[in-house]
Design a protein around this ligand. Sequence first.
Ligand SMILES: [Cu+2]
Length: 167
Amino acid sequence: MFRLFLSIMFILISYNSYADKNMMIGSLGKSEEVNRTIKVIMYDNYYEPSSFNIKSGETIKFEVVNAGELVHEFNIANAMMHKKHQPEMEKMVENEILLADSIDKEKMKKMAKMDKSMGHSHSNSVLLEPNEKGNIVWKFENAMNIEIACNVPGHYQIGMIAKVDIK
Ligand SMILES: [Cu+2]
């Protein structure tokens, strides 16, 4: 009985670490495989549209514009990943790389040489100053529990999160 318990525990633990490692958020897509383009506008502090319906396996090109007065992020991840990313963003604020309405890109480059996380180079995210534009091509294969959210300190907490429904 105890052996059975142990083997179940082992399966659970290995399943969890598998899910953790693969994140199940999909992956960076190829521009030649884009099925659809969706224009997204970021305001203070919400997205337009505020939710997305996506077919499993679809490759979407998100054309993102920041029409707000603050810096915003468009980050495709799950709740756990957003939580992990938030301290990095806080550190960028502490180091005055990330300011309320701008990004000090020179400082970002310098700091990133010492601490990679300060470079904010994530394939699943764009961080934009007011009036800036950015694109992400994302393939929603093996993707579940996706949230598109902004991890600029305070924004996730006020609800800058878009729902993603994958069918
Ligand atoms: Cu934001």
